[in-house]
Design a protein around this ligand. Sequence first.
Ligand code: NAP
Ligand code: ZN
Ligand code: ZN
Length: 347
Amino acid sequence: MRIPAYVATSATGPLVPGTIERREIGPKDVLIDIAWAGVCHSDIHTVHGDWGPVPYPLTVGHEIAGTVARTGAEVTRFHAGERVGVGTMVDSCRTCANCRDGLEQYCLNGNTQTYASVDRDGTITQGGYSTRIVVDEDFVLHLPEQIPFEKAAPLLCAGITTYSPLRHWGAGPGKRVAIVGLGGLGHMGVQLAHAMGAEVTVLSRTLAKRDDGLRLGADHYCATSDPATFNELAGSLDLIVNTVSAPLDVDAYLSLLSRDGSLVNVGAPSQPMGLHVQSLLGARRSYAGSATGSIAETQEMLDFCAEHGVAPEVEIIPIEQVNEAWRRVLASDVRFRFVIDMSTLSR
Ligand code: NAP
Ligand code: ZN
Ligand code: ZN
């Protein structure tokens, strides 16, 4: 079926209105009318070719909230009219060790990403800047009623990508956690770490967003452009989650960790980020990375957000403003996530 969408045709051109092809709904598929689509920095990295060759024409978007329009004959977990979400993955092999462990984001055969992946039928997957999507029910999330519909969308990537490392590295009472970069991911990380009971520090380039950071639940807010920050915080943190989309001085951030502390990168710049091993071995520190979260953990995160009243702060835009929104994301001029009202794309 042909579906209206906004499409990238090159690394440099604007996204333009067009159409994409979706497969017909299979027995285990859910057809979703997309209501809201979050704008993730990964959408921009992908289209700009930061991470490698791009299969243009491509429609991106992996923070999707919508309503079930129709279900395949064997679908048991969803019904028409239900509010649902789709994040960064739409399939995986389901048989490898990581899939069997319920960690399909680390599928050893490569999970099928929501966009720019080769789908099971050989076509290229197309993302959420469109009006409808067809997804296997195993990769569809239930959206709790307490979460406003448009605010659910960014949870499907920004939410789970910060929730997963915070859980894995034990953010909670008595833990000193820092979030680097107060953007889409960062502002979720601050709220989630605070809701988990950790003592939270924001490390932003300047103090411009200090009031926002404290309102979101941070206990401390420091400017990384001020060298004094690195002296004051030296050796004081248990966990740092770096959400920055550009390379950083890894050694400088490692120096802020206490013994056995971890610096976890979720930000995904295209350039390599080096470090001196001395920054690790003097205090048994770790440097790690983390990619989104599993489907089960994404559902857990959604339920956690509903229970704790955690939600993103969003700026709603019509689809015609998406190119301007991308420019503003690149300029870090967003508080804190753009969400596209997909009803503004004619169906
Ligand atoms: P975003 O909204 O643009 O936020 C990034 C933040 O990084 C900015 O708000 C800014 O914070 C800081 N920053 C930007 N440029 C910087 C620079 N040159 N030097 C230092 N700090 C800079 O982006 P996002 O959507 O949160 O995504 C952040 C990164 O995570 C992207 O690389 C994205 O691809 C990646 N990502 C990874 C995963 C995963 O699975 N691991 C999932 C989603 C996204 P301040 O203004 O506060 O300094
Ligand atoms: Zn994303
Ligand atoms: Zn697998």
